[in-house]
Every structure is written in structure tokens, then in C-alpha cells.
Design a protein around this ligand. Structure first.
Ligand SMILES: NC(=O)C1=CN([C@@H]2O[C@H](COP(=O)(O)OP(=O)(O)OC[C@H]3O[C@@H](n4cnc5c(N)ncnc54)[C@H](O)[C@@H]3O)[C@@H](O)[C@H]2O)C=CC1
Ligand SMILES: NCC(=O)COP(=O)(O)O
Length: 350
């Protein structure tokens, strides 16, 4: 157990809601750890003034310890904006700034100066417009920066975040992992292979144990096609790819259901006793998750050597600088990051 884990919170796209949500987090009376923002102190102080948020920023020098959490005080690891920024107005010039905030947090986690990182939303389009070809999102960026071959995006509603059996009865507790992430739909079927599914299921299975304390997690796997292929009449991926992979992993003792038709899998009766759902693609799983708990859910990158959680929403440029964006998801993501950091340290403590 870490008495007060250091949680590096990247403040995200500067034109979005990330900076104000980070500032509002610092006003929490009961922070789950020592939050340190990663971002431009001038941007943060301008946004605080605009929204009349009474937050004192403390710029930390390299190597300086992160002080104990105090409501209204926000320590900052400074990264300089590349260009002036107005809420709601994206600037290509600031894409490098956003990526640098990630690099600072990742290095701190890998180097042991932070126990977890929590990310406010970035804007994928502006990073691509700036010429960072191939950028897909935090998830893939973290995979490459941490030097691992595969990671898995999983979102969970707040009632499914804590160790133990989630309560599916009438509650919206849901964990949804994705077999593919930020990919055009046209490319999804080709990206799902026996080998990729096997890697993903191994990560989901292992990390549900590691981070959520589920000894033999029961994972329900969606089919790719309508009605899970209708016995081969509506697609062959279930028969040729998904079933053989699941069968092999079942032989090893994994508790896998499926492939199941996604439309009926996401109903309370079918979810009973299921610890997580593996959806085949982004918009098969995430609309259901967001219907169940938008603003009360967190995004977790499974398969990393570090702890990373994030919000369940994007940059919300339409709300930026107005002080009306919901802070719920960032709070949930921060609490979960602290819990995971503690669980990870407990697992490594002799
Ligand atoms: N973790 C991350 O970095 C994520 C980043 N994104 C990125 O965000 C950008 C914008 O994506 P959109 O699809 O427009 O999704 P979005 O989540 O930014 O906005 C969708 C709708 O939800 C509302 N919304 C979002 N966050 C809210 C909050 N905290 N409180 C109240 N309402 C909120 C917005 O006002 C909008 O009406 C894209 O570049 C996308 O890739 C999207 C999801 C996650
Ligand atoms: N829809 C979830 C999402 O886009 C989050 O992506 P990432 O930036 O956390 O990889």
C-alpha cells in the first residue's frame, strides 16, 4: 500500500475541457493521492481566472518531491504551450505540447517518480493534422512508448471498478474491453485474427486478476457479425477465427463465453455472472458502456507496465472554458488510478 500515491494528470488538449477539469480536481476535499498536473502553468492559471476557480499552482522543478495533497493547491510539472490557446479553438502548433505532456508522465511512471498516470482528453485529429502520422490515441501511444507489443482498451462504469464481484442486478456495472480500437470499420474484420484475439484475451484475463482481484474472470466474447454470423450465413469470422481461439484458451482454463450475438449479450440476463465483455470493435462496445454510465466511467489501458486510466469522454470543445463540463469521469479515473497503484504495490511488496 502506497500511503499517498503520486498521480500524474496530463491536462490534455489545451483548447478542450481538460485544463478546467484538472483544476476542478484540485478542489476536491478528499483527493485519493498526490495529484500533480502536467501542463502549461500559464494556461492553467488563465483558465482558473476565467472560471473563477480558487486554485494555487505550485510549479515543481525537476526532482522536487510532490507535496501532500491539499484542496485548492495544484502542483504542476511544467510543459510549455507552443502557441497561444483559446478555449474551443484547436491549434495544430500545440500538438507537440500535448504529446510532450504524455512523455513527461510516461517517463515519470517508468522512472518511479509517479505511481500512475491519468489522462484528460486529447484531440486525435489535430495531432494527425500536425503531421504525427499514425497517431491513433493515448492507448497506442502508450503501447509504443512502453515498448510492449499489445495493449487493450477497457472501459468500466464506476460500479464495476472495485475488486470483487460486480453487481449486475439492476445496476449499470459494466466492463467492456475492445479487440480493436481506433480503426476504420472497413479494416476491422481483417485485423481480428486468432493470434491477435489470443493476445488480447490473455491480457484481459491476466489484468482482471491483477487489477480487479478476479481469480478466474468470466469473459463474454461478442461475435463480429449480426447474430454471431447466424451459423455461417451472415459471416464466417465466428466459425473460422473466434471459436477456435476461444476453444484453445478454454482448454487452458480460461472462462470464456461466446462468440455471442452482441445485441442480446448486452442485456441484464446475459450479463449475469459475466465479469467483462470483449467487443470486437469500438462502436460495438462503447455506446452500450456510455449508455450505462457516461460521466461515471473510466478508461483503463490493460497490458502496460505502468498504471494508466483516463476519462470516458473527449475534448468537448463545445463546452471548453465555460465551467459546465462534468468532472465525474476524471474523478472516477483518478480514484481508480490510486486504487490500481495501491494494488500493484501490494502485489510487489514481499
Ligand atoms: N480520452 C481521450 O483522450 C478521448 C479523446 N477523444 C477525442 O475527443 C475529440 C472529440 O470527440 P467527440 O466524439 O466529439 O466526443 P466528446 O466526448 O468530446 O463530445 C461528445 C459529446 O459529449 C459531451 N461531453 C463530452 N465530455 C463531457 C463532459 N465532461 N461533461 C459534459 N458533456 C460532455 C460534448 O459536449 C459532446 O456533446 C476527438 O478528437 C476524439 O478522438 C474522445 C474520447 C476519449
Ligand atoms: N473512445 C475512447 C477513446 O477514444 C480513448 O482513446 P485513448 O486516447 O485513450 O486511446
Amino acid at each position: 500500500m502506497i500511503p499517498s500515491p503520486v498521480l500524474a494528470v496530463t491536462s490534455g488538449e489545451p483548447a478542450g475541457v481538460g485544463p478546467e477539469l484538472t483544476l476542478q480536481l484540485a478542489l476536491d476535499e478528499r483527493l485519493p493521492g498526490r495529484v500533480v498536473a502536467v501542463g502549461d502553468p500559464r494556461l492553467l492559471s488563465e483558465r482558473a481566472a476565467l472560471l473563477d476557480l480558487d486554485v494555487t499552482l505550485i510549479e515543481l522543478q525537476p526532482g522536487e518531491p510532490v507535496p501532500e495533497a491539499r484542496s485548492g493547491v495544484l502542483p504542476v510539472w511544467p510543459v510549455a504551450l507552443r502557441a497561444p490557446c483559446r478555449p474551443g479553438e484547436l491549434a495544430v502548433a500545440n500538438a507537440g505540447y500535448v504529446l510532450e505532456t504524455l512523455d513527461v508522465a510516461i517517463e515519470a511512471c517508468l522512472g518511479g517518480r509517479a505511481d500512475a498516470m491519468v489522462t484528460a482528453p486529447l484531440h486525435k485529429g489535430v495531432i494527425l493534422d500536425a503531421g504525427h502520422a499514425g497517431f491513433r490515441g493515448h492507448t497506442e501511444y502508450l503501447r509504443d512508448a512502453c515498448g510492449v507489443d499489445e495493449v487493450v482498451m477497457m472501459l468500466a462504469t464506476d460500479s464495476a471498478l472495485h475488486a470483487g464481484e460486480p453487481d449486475w442486478r439492476g445496476s449499470a456495472a459494466l466492463r467492456v474491453a475492445l479487440a480493436t480500437t481506433h480503426l476504420p470499420l472497413r479494416q476491422v474484420a481483417d485485423a481480428i485474427t486468432e493470434a491477435s484475439l489470443e493476445r488480447i484475451l490473455r491480457i484481459v484475463n491476466a489484468d482482471l486478476t491483477r487489477w480487479f482481484g478476479l481469480v478466474t474472470p468470466r469473459i463474454a466474447v461478442c461475435g463480429l457479425n449480426p447474430h454471431a454470423g447466424e451459423g455461417g450465413h451472415l459471416g464466417h469470422e465466428e466459425i473460422e477465427v473466434i471459436e477456435p481461439c476461444l476453444e484453445r484458451l478454454r482448454q487452458e482454463g480460461m472462462a470464456l463465453d461466446g462468440p455471442l450475438p452482441a445485441d442480446t449479450l448486452f442485456t441484464p440476463r446475459h450479463l449475469a455472472g459475466i465479469d467483462a465483455v470483449l467487443a470486437m470493435y469500438h462502436d460495438q462496445g462503447l455506446p452500450v458502456l456510455k449508455y450505462a454510465g457516461f460521466g461515471r466511467a473510466a478508461n483503463i489501458t490493460l497490458g502496460l507496465p505502468i498504471v494508466r486510466t483516463s476519462v470516458d469522454h473527449g475534448t468537448a470543445l463545445d463546452l471548453a472554458g465555460r465551467g459546465i463540463a462534468d468532472t465525474g469521469s476524471l474523478r472516477v479515473a483518478t480514484a481508480l488510478a490510486a486504487e490500481m497503484a495501491n494494488r500493484g504495490s501490494a502485489a510487489t511488496t514481499p
